[in-house]
Write a protein that binds this ligand. Structure first.
Ligand code: HEC
Length: 95
């Protein structure tokens, strides 16, 4: 019983992101509500967007573009996390 209580307590105080090992870029991306538009625009769907980045540099530019237009104010390392998350999930560019 004690062990059960302990593990329940541990679960309560462990952030969800640690439990499921969520990509830090996904957390930032979800917090910034990027899907408000990109649920429709998608990512890496060149037939839907003009931007259509073709490499990791272009992807970083696109993330910076939306970050500054929406006044999100991500630091460079945060943008890098989001770029990495989007690349792993949608683009699969070589670094
Ligand atoms: C208000 C709507 C809107 C929101 C919110 C938004 N974007 Fe965008 N995003 C756009 C538009 C518009 C484009 C350019 C589409 C085009 O080129 O035709 C774009 C393009 C992009 C692209 C390039 C997509 C591709 O494959 O061509 C990326 C990456 C991107 N946004 C990242 C983000 C991130 C990260 C966030 C969250 C901070 C975000 N966007 C939030 C409207 C939005």
């Amino acid at each position: 019983m004690k062990l059960l209580q302990k593990s329940l307590l541990l679960m309560l105080f462990t952030p969800l992101s640690v439990m499921a090992e969520v990509h830090p870029g996904k957390v930032l991306h979800d917090d910034a509500n990027c899907m408000r538009c990109h649920a429709d625009l998608g990512y890496n769907q060149p037939e839907l967007t003009k931007m259509a980045p073709t490499d990791i540099k272009g992807l970083k530019k696109a993330v910076s573009f939306c970050d500054s237009n929406l006044n999100i104010g991500w630091f460079d390392d945060e943008k890098q996390d989001v770029v990495d998350y989007l690349n792993k999930t949608y683009y699969k560019f070589d670094h």
